[in-house]
Design a protein around this ligand. Sequence first.
Ligand SMILES: [Zn+2]
Length: 124
Amino acid sequence: MKQGDVIFTNQDGEIQIKCPICQSERIETRNIGMKAGGTLGAAAGATAGIAGAMSGAEAGAAVGLAGGPVGVAIGGLFGAIMGGLVGAAAGGSAGAGIGKIVDDTMLENYYCLDCDHSFGKQDI
Ligand SMILES: [Zn+2]
């Protein structure tokens, strides 16, 4: 770290960002892309998860065969739920990851609470 850097770490080792205009340390991180990406990713993942739910239901039903008709029903339901949940979770985290990259590279992700200046990593 050389003199004049606007990103530095505090005593706790957390990354601190200073406003390039007024040097304030009261900076808010917006994470718009991360939030949007997480939501979109979860939706996309749930959609993809439906396909997983179908195969999960089949696999569950196959396993449930040993338990008779009730086993097939329970196995199928369990498989479907697992497929959908896994898809949504995976999609959500993938979407949030992509959104974070968008935040870091394209959006003005930082907001100065002292002078209302918005700035991105590319500005500092
Ligand atoms: Zn400022």
